[in-house]
Design a protein around this ligand. Structure first.
Ligand code: MEV
Length: 291
């Protein structure tokens, strides 16, 4: 009999546009990031236990929504910081489900990853839209919308690759669930609808090879609406200002906000300079190309 270890891997994500609005049924666009979480399952007698380089007390209870309560040791290694908007919980969910399927000698389908991924994501985030774990499971660049009759998930084939410099302003003081609840209590439906309209314009620019300057301006507008619904912070605004003055065509926060990451849209030529200036300003930065 095979006893393992059984491994699964999944990428983090970056929301290009539409965060928060996606919770209210508008579309968002997100990209899988080339940064991964790996989950390894080892057969062990006794209660299921966890050894992880992610520090988060929600981890084991969340994983036990899908992993048997006894007989396993779960090892988690992640290249993604927790709670910074890079989809660490979604990558954990999908990697775990892939490892469980490997233990059963099969590959998990997208439908299974999407449905069961929600169990883990809900344990972390309350009522998430599902965009994070959908893009982690599917990879690439995805337009996502939640409707009453199920999700609309469209892989986007973009004409021009996107060069993004991503910076991290640090761990937010609030969880994603708390940020989503703050937006709900504020009653921001007009602002969320405006973000939804921007996502339609951004989809068109991406899929028709439109002007990257226009794309940058649309991303700036998305950031303004996120400021208005109260999810940006002085640190995120400062990070976006640094990215823009260093040569980005546009910049915005990404994810739930309250801290965490922002990114600047760059040309391939401007990205090294933007990266260097962000680092010189004390921001942890990395450059990613989305195709
Ligand atoms: C979090 O990555 C994105 C939010 O839109 C929440 C969600 O979609 O569930 C803020």
């Amino acid at each position: 009999m095979t006893t393992g270890p059984f491994a699964g891997q999944a990428p983090g994500k970056l929301i290009l546009c539409g965060e928060h609005a996606v919770v209210e049924g508008h579309a968002a666009i997100a990209a899988a990031l080339p940064r991964f979480t790996t989950v390894t399952l080892l057969e062990r007698p006794g209660p299921t236990s966890l050894s992880s380089d992610l520090r988060d007390e929600r981890l084991l209870p969340a994983l036990l929504t899908v992993v048997p309560r006894s007989g396993l040791e779960i090892e988690v290694h992640s290249e993604l910081p927790v709670g910074c908007g890079l989809g660490s919980s979604a990558a954990l969910a999908i990697a775990t489900l892939r490892a469980l399927a490997a233990r059963e000698g099969r590959e998990a389908s997208f439908a299974e990853l999407y449905e069961r991924g929600f169990l883990i994501e809900r344990a972390f985030h309350g009522n998430p839209s599902g965009v994070d774990h959908a893009v982690s499971a599917l990879g690439g660049l995805v337009r996502y919308r939640r409707t009453d009759s199920g999700p609309e998930i469209t892989p986007l084939h973009i004409v021009e690759p996107l060069t993004l410099v991503v910076v991290n302003t640090g761990t937010p003081a609030f969880t994603t669930a708390q940020m989503v609840e703050r937006v709900r209590l504020r009653g921001s439906s007009r602002e969320l609808a405006a973000i939804g309209a921007l996502v339609s314009e951004i989809t068109e620019v991406l899929t028709t090879g439109g002007d990257q300057h226009r794309l940058g301006a649309l991303l700036d507008q998305n950031h303004c609406w996120l400021q208005r619904i109260g999810v940006s912070t002085p640190e995120l605004d400062r990070a976006c200002a640094i990215l823009r003055s260093a040569g980005s065509l546009g910049a915005k926060l990404a994810g739930a906000g309250g801290g965490g990451v922002a990114f600047g849209l760059c040309t391939p030529g401007s990205a090294p300079g933007v990266h260097a200036e962000a680092t010189a300003a004390g921001l942890a930065a990395f450059t990613v190309i989305i195709r």
